[in-house]
Design a protein around this ligand. Structure first.
Ligand code: ADP
Length: 850
């Protein structure tokens, strides 16, 4: 506190520190004026060379910023303001620059973009939608082009080749979704030539709060049809009916008495959950013929059993769903309407289909997923800009290590933010709102009305229609058209109603004569859960020193007030004595409301942090797998990798026998059969006589791979790469599903005092280790069972890289061959050829059957 008094706030100190730097940039301006247009690209090229030779870009900051400013003037007719230079430095130093709407963030970004592009490693500018990516790239691209730098755009619907070109540019604009999906798609590819992204070097995220906070709760997911057999649902379905439901738990249990359920499972109708009792677990194990339902390898089964129980005991036919034309159709619980095409997630729909004995549709499963948090944390350097970040600065710091720097506005801000108007009920509130809109409209002052939902927008629109007030309604569906309408919102007499998403990133310029009328007036129809969203709405008015005003209208029965308003608010209101249609304006009440917003913000932050804690476990595993993939893709020669796999698998199977220790005959037989299963050792005459030691086994494996090399000298490395990657992807995909189930199940199993997150971490790690073992074993199994009889045609290894629906050519079609050990993997066999296993059937009807 004392420190703050003496030296100003941290923010002030930061900005003060930058003053000499800004002065230096200003001092360079006369020199820049003298440059000819051709000097600009020449300078940039020379600096690029210097940076390549080891010069730090930080050293070049003043010169580069001065050059970019001059270029802005010549090409765009905009000279970066001093505060924009400050914003640019803050971004370069990896911070979040909070700059109000209309302060010119698009232009600010050009400064650090050019400076960091000198490294040649690519700079990404991230926007919230395709429209903005295209607009900003075209707009600022002129400046970059003038400097001899290339600009690319990544939007929806581009081909891989176009993406490669865009990512290859010095500067790349694109949306968060596209950047994230490209990362995931790249990590599903087989050939390094088809990768589109380069290393993630520097990103500036525009509207950073929307992307890193609002959208943080929904991860990016690429999914494809699950390969898991739908038969499993049927199998599990048969064990459900014999299970006995426990009698309900008594409401009051005598003290010190434990409730012992008398059946196989318990149902909690209120919580909509089902749990197996100890006795139930035993019965299920017996019925399914397995040892331990909670063994990690039975994770899927366990999940199916719980879904089966739910399907039979929580979901009622003709209430929750109906069966129509051989399909299970959901009934909406609120409206009672049928919802054809919609499916319950997570296998529940399949469980219902099995229960009703109709066709079980294949499930979709996650092939790859990542949260924005984890995607953006991979950049060497990350920066962000937005009009509203300060309220969330703790989260930015804790999760992303980003500081929020509040940049002063270029001109003083004169918008008048009126105190809230508080009504007893919503109808009273909305009546007052439309009256105020009608009044502004009559005077010609433009109004922007912000609502929290499409429904509320329509409500206001309906009321205005009755009054005959013309207006536009926007709800964030078509970005391009919306941007146009929002840009018009500052014209005389305009009334625009928008949900808070609509027309984001578009500046509202005041029309002729509007300044005299008081500028743009903002009406908020209720407070949002987060103050930041309210500030975004307010920020639409009063840009660049324009006049403007704002007011929020609230009612005691608004969601926020109802759910989170403390008793304090209602207490206050009573004291103030509210009357119908008479609003109150009171600082104390407004402050109390802000208090509840802070509480909700804190609560939402906790939820996001929890999610992140879980996701971090996945993230570590993803990093390991993706880096292994890269290694496999880039390795010229996979011999040492295959050898390492062989060592590990042998050590695992041979166990004590690897040191030549004696084994009892039963054990020895088991080892023998495992060795044969994985390595196909039966071909070696010595194998039947004696169990091989590790050296012998390795020699046989080398002989096997050696034969492959001889048969296809030009292709062996690609074949090895193919099987390793294929095995890695298949196991990773299954693992993702297991981890999903583990996470769902973690709450269901009683852990006593244990922390579920720790348990998730521990069990997740075990599953991961098993998966790594499986990858190695599957790879070797495939390689050792492969025979190359004739020349291998290259195209048969071609792997179609369609994300979301991976297809493999040849017989390695992604189906799980390895579960049936004796199957030969024969990439060159045609689907109509005789099967190489010697059955006499066609390949497609035998080993090649899907
Ligand atoms: P923000 O994203 O911060 O809301 P924009 O980047 O959309 O703002 O810019 C708002 C408006 O300000 C644009 O019309 C832009 O042309 C203008 N502008 C920004 N910086 C300058 C400048 N230095 N000189 C002149 N006009 C500027």
């Amino acid at each position: 506190m004392l420190l703050k008094l003496l030296f100003g706030s941290k923010n002030e100190r930061y900005i003060k520190r930058l003053r000499p730097m800004v002065a230096r940039i200003n001092a360079l301006e006369p020199d820049m004026l003298k440059l000819s247009d051709a000097d600009f690209p020449a300078r940039i090229a020379a600096w690029k060379e210097e940076v390549r030779n080891g010069r730090k870009v930080d050293d070049l900051l003043p010169e580069v910023f001065a050059l970019v400013r001059e270029a802005g003037k010549r090409v765009l007719n905009m000279r970066h303001f001093d505060v924009q230079l400050v914003g640019g430095i803050a971004l370069h130093e990896g911070n979040i620059a909070e700059m109000k709407t209309g302060e010119g963030k698009t232009l600010v970004a050009t400064l650090p973009v050019v400076l960091n592009a000198l490294s040649g490693k690519g700079v990404h500018v991230v926007t919230v939608n395709d429209y903005l990516a295209k607009r900003d790239a075209a707009w600022m691209g002129r400046l970059y082009g003038f400097l001899g730098l290339t600009t690319g755009v990544i939007v929806h619907g581009l081909s891989d080749q176009e993406r490669q070109e865009s990512y290859g540019a010095d500067i790349t604009y694109g949306t968060n979704n596209e950047f994230g999906f490209d990362y995931l798609r790249d990590n599903m590819k087989f050939y390094k030539e088809s990768l589109v992204q380069r290393d993630l070097h520097f990103a500036i995220v525009d509207e950073v709060d929307s992307i890193l906070i609002d959208e943080a709760r929904t991860p990016l997911i690429i999914s494809g049809p699950a390969e898991m057999s739908t038969q499993l649902y049927r199998r599990v379905d048969t064990v459900i009916p014999p299970l006995k439901r426990s009698s309900p738990r008594p409401a009051n249990l005598p003290q010190g008495e434990d409730f012992i359920p008398d059946g196989d499972f318990e149902v909690d109708e209120k919580a909509r959950t089902v749990t197996l009792t100890d006795q139930g677990v035993e019965r299920v194990e017996k019925l399914l013929g397995i040892d331990n339902l909670f063994d990690p390898t039975n994770m899927t089964l366990q999940h199916h059993v719980l879904q089966g129980l739910k399907a039979h005991h929580l979901f009622k036919r003709d209430v929750d769903y109906i069966v129509k034309d051989g399909q299970v159709v959901i009934v909406d619980e609120f409206t009672g309407r049928l919802m054809p095409g919609r499916r319950y997630s997570d296998g529940l729909h399949q469980a219902l289909e099995a229960k009703e004995n109709v066709t079980v549709e294949a499930e979709n499963q996650t092939l790859a997923s990542i949260t924005f948090q984890n995607y953006f944390r991979m950049y060497d350097k990350l920066a962000g800009m937005t009009g509203t970040a300060d309220t969330e600065s703790v989260e930015f710091k804790q999760i992303y290590e980003l500081d929020v720097i509040v940049i002063p506005t270029n001109r003083p801000m004169v918008r008048k933010d009126h105190p809230d108007m508080i009504f007893r009920t919503q109808p009273e509130k909305f009546r007052a709102i439309v009256e105020e809109i009608a009044d502004c409209h009559k005077r010609g002052q433009p109004v922007l009305v912000g609502t929290v939902s499409i429904e509320k927008s329509e409500l206001v629109s309906g009321l205005l229609k009755k009054l005959g007030v013309p207006h536009n309604v926007l709800n964030a569906k078509q970005h391009e058209k919306e941007a146009e309408i929002v840009a018009e919102a500052g014209q005389k007499g305009k009334v625009t109603i928008a949900t808070n998403m609509a027309g984001r990133g578009t500046d509202i310029v005041l029309g002729e004569g509007v300044k005299e009328l008081g500028g743009l007036h903002i009406i908020g129809t209720e407070r949002h859960e987060s103050r930041r969203i309210d500030n975004q709405l307010r920020g639409r008015s009063g840009r660049q020193g324009d006049p403007g005003s704002s007011r929020f209208y609230l009612a005691l029965d608004d969601d926020l007030m109802r759910l989170f308003g403390s008793d304090r608010i209602s207490g206050l209101m009573e004291k103030l004595g509210m009357e119908e249609n008479v609003p109150i304006e009171n600082k104390l009440v407004s402050r109390a409301i802000e208090g509840s917003q802070k509480r909700v913000e804190g609560h939402n932050f906790e939820i996001r942090k929890q999610l992140l804690d879980f996701d971090n476990v996945m993230n570590q595993q993803r990093e390991v797998i993706y880096s292994q993939r890269r290694e496999l893709m880039y390795a010229e020669n996979l011999d040492s990798i295959v050898e390492e796999y062989a060592q590990d698998v042998l050590a695992d199977i041979l166990g004590p026998a690897s040191e030549g220790k004696d084994m009892d005959p039963e054990m020895a037989e088991m080892v023998r059969s495992r060795l044969d299963e994985v390595f196909d050792f039966d071909r070696f005459p010595g194998f039947r006589r004696n169990l091989p030691n590790k050296t012998q086994a390795l020699a046989w494996i080398n002989e096997t791979t050696g034969a492959l090399k001889d048969a296809a000298p030009d292709h062996y490395q690609e074949i090895a790469r193919y099987f390793t990657l294929e095995s890695l992807d298949r196991n990773w995909k299954d693992h993702l599903l297991n981890m999903d189930h583990l996470r769902d199940g973690i709450g269901l199993r009683g852990y006593g005092q244990k922390d579920p997150k720790q348990e998730y971490k521990r069990e997740g790690f075990e599953l991961f280790r098993d998966m790594l073992d499986n990858i190695k074993e599957n790879t070797l199994r495939a390689l050792c069972h492969l025979r190359i009889k004739t020349e291998v045609r290259e195209e048969e290894y071609q792997h179609k890289e369609t994300a979301g629906n991976l297809q493999y050519a040849g017989s390695a079609d992604g189906s799980d061959k390895t579960k049936e050990p004796k199957r030969r993997v024969e990439p060159k066999v045609g689907r109509n050829d005789p099967c190489p296993c010697g059955s006499g059937k066609k390949y497609k009807k035998c080993c090649g059957a899907k």
